[in-house]
Design a binder for this molecule. Sequence first.
Ligand code: FAD
Length: 302
Amino acid sequence: MLNKLIANMLPYMPKKLVWVFSKRYIAGESMEEGLLASKLLNEKGIEVTVDILGEFITRLDEAEKNRDEYLEVIERFTSENVKGNFSIKPTMFGLLLDKEVCYNLLREVVQFAAQKDSFIRIDMEDSQCVDIELDIFRRLRKEFPKHVGLVLQAYLRRTESDLVALNDLNNANYPISFRLCKGIYVEPENIAFKEYEEVRKHFLKDLKYMFENKMYVGIATHDKYLVEESMKMIGEMNIPKNMYEFQMLYGVTPELRQLIVDNGHKMRVYVPFGEKWFNYSTRRLKENPKMAQHIIKALFIR
Ligand code: FAD
């Protein structure tokens, strides 16, 4: 109740106050701050995936600006030899306004990343985006098999069948690359599993399928139980180190993160930055009032 109240109040709070809540989860407003945060993580033996904040645009000219910003960031981060890759939310390239425009802009960015021998991960957004994202991913994967990957959400009822259907894109030379996460958006019961244990069960089922079919997986979770069960699966199935990594969000559970690194597993941290942090923070918090708990903790536990 209190969480929901705080989450609903956030868009009306002064920006400075919201920044107090958000700064732990966002590297900063500028590219320089994103670069610095990424380099500091690299120094700890952690790779990054860099995200420019912005999503669900309402005008197509914003999409082109976003494309330009990504090209600039890819140029800068690769020239500074940052160890990492890039994540993109396709609705910032106009996915819900014009699918072909979105595809073409994304294609330009993936092509540029490929020239730099880098990699673009397509984030998965809410359920209205899934079919279009799968289609765009299929097209890009055919052209750039080494340089583009997708996110799948374990909470979606459709994910198991999507996974089976996507298996036709997989091959030993260029294993398909997925990030597997629980899923962050609030979805109705007919679309997504709602029970905590049910989502965990499907996460592990999807992960097993990916490993059995020799797909590359970014295991994206802060859930200690899932981290431990994934490690068990990796050991039992003898999964080589070049076929998986763990992934976490910037500022979340750094102790668990360190434990995974200390155990010799590859770790990648999702580093978001950009001027759009305010909308991102408040929208996310409204969508997921449970996160308000973390904010309250961030406020009082220093
Ligand atoms: P939870 O049960 O939610 O969390 C487990 C524990 O982790 C919590 O008890 C808490 O201690 C801690 N924790 C979790 N989140 C926070 C937080 N924000 N602050 C502080 N502590 C926290 N979702 C999508 O829908 N699409 C995507 O493309 C996507 N990309 C992601 C990329 C990465 C690298 C990660 C790590 C997550 C991504 N997510 C994405 C979000 C994901 O779907 C989950 O909503 C989120 O990770 C929380 O689920 P969890 O597995 O950590 O388990």
